[in-house]
Design a protein around this ligand. Structure first.
Ligand code: NAP
Length: 315
């Protein structure tokens, strides 16, 4: 079995930043980009303009930014492997990391597997129904699809993602409704104002999606006002969920303690998990900030913590 000093799982800002620091510290890290159907590059691959990452005064496209992170990690010698990690064994050191092709041993591990978009279990939106036929949790991926062009679209949620997706979809849609369960958006003020002032966006307050219908693609939705208890049917060409995220921890199979909300628990102010030699970075351990810049910062912390752990272990 191949033996490594450091394996990093995940290819978002946290994983690549950890790789940049670890490679520069000569730890020869291996970085697995995937983690069970994970998207290489993480959530920024499905984002349009990133306007709040310092150093890009004009903004930068999410995928472009992730390619730059990747090139920088490669430049210092990170061994980047486009494979999904299927399982890990953290019961004793050295730990093992298994993909479809190999199992490797490693002295230290950084988990930076991020979080995935949540969906709701609503009639018409399940696999085999209208999922990916106008139902999606990724506006950027589906935005240009011909089936939604010129149609009325629905975005579910009231956070920054919902607003961002709604604004993005106005490029293709005739009209975009944001369906939000409360009477106030969770989105930041600047984003909320953009949504409220956008001529193609209307917000359905205190409302939830009851069902989605269609033959081969989405053609209508039923929305339910929680205050008036009234149901309304609308013609629709697509439905997009933007209701938050859940951390990608299933592949750990309960081997690391999690927080109450299911994120990896780390020692305050560090990236150390309850298992010595295993570190966590980015959204998989952060249900509070969840920003590209905070993920990158925590990736740096994980690499520094791993480096110290390895040198104290005599590596
Ligand atoms: P979020 O802030 O957690 O918002 C999730 C939204 O979905 C909330 O409005 C929530 O309603 C709603 N929701 C949750 N569960 C629901 C359910 N079962 N049924 C109906 N609605 C439900 O998630 P996010 O928008 O993905 O943002 C995550 C983080 O990324 C935030 O920190 C955000 O600022 C950041 N972000 C930033 C940008 C940007 O700056 N460009 C873009 C995207 C995301 P309630 O409000 O009632 O809880």
């Amino acid at each position: 079995m191949e033996k490594q000093q450091l394996i990093i799982i995940g290819s978002g800002p946290a994983g690549y930043t950890a790789a940049i620091y670890a490679a520069r510290a000569n730890l020869k890290p291996i970085l697995y980009t995937g983690f069970k159907a994970g998207l290489e590059g993480g959530q920024l691959m499905t984002t349009t303009d990133v306007e709040n990452y310092p150093g890009f005064p004009e903004g930068i496209l999410g995928p472009e930014m992730m390619m730059a992170f990747k090139q920088q990690a490669k430049r210092f010698g990170t061994d980047i492997r486009a494979e999904d990690v299927l399982s890990v064994n953290l019961k004793k050191a050295p730990f093992t990391v298994t993909t479809a092709d190999t199992t490797m041993e490693t002295k230290a591990l950084i988990i930076a597997t991020g979080a995935n978009a949540k969906r709701l279990d609503i009639p018409g939106t399940r696999e085999g129904e209208m999922w990916q036929k106008g139902d999606s949790s990724c506006a950027v991926c589906a935005g240009a699809a011909h089936i939604i062009r010129g149609k009325t679209l629905f975005v579910i949620g009231g956070g920054d993602s919902a607003v961002e997706e709604a604004i993005f979809l106005t490029k293709y849609a005739a009209k975009v409704y944001i369906v939000h369960r409360r009477d106030q958006l969770r989105a930041s003020k600047i984003m909320a104002e953009r949504a409220k002032n956008h001529p193609q966006i209307e917000i359905l307050w205190d409302s939830v999606l009851d069902s989605v219908a269609g033959d081969t693609v989405v053609s209508s939705v039923v929305v339910h006002n929680l205050k008036t208890n009234q149901q309304s049917s609308y013609p629709a060409g697509g439905v997009f969920f933007a209701i938050g995220h859940s951390p990608n921890v299933d592949f750990l199979q309960g081997q690391i303690p999690l927080t109450q909300s299911g994120y990896i628990s780390v020692e305050k102010g560090t990236s150390k998990t309850a298992i010595e030699g295993v570190f966590a970075a980015g959204d998989v351990q952060d249900d509070r900030y969840r920003q590209a810049v905070t993920a990158a910062g925590s990736g740096c912390m994980a690499a520094l913590d791993a480096e110290r752990f390895l040198s104290e272990s005599g590596v």
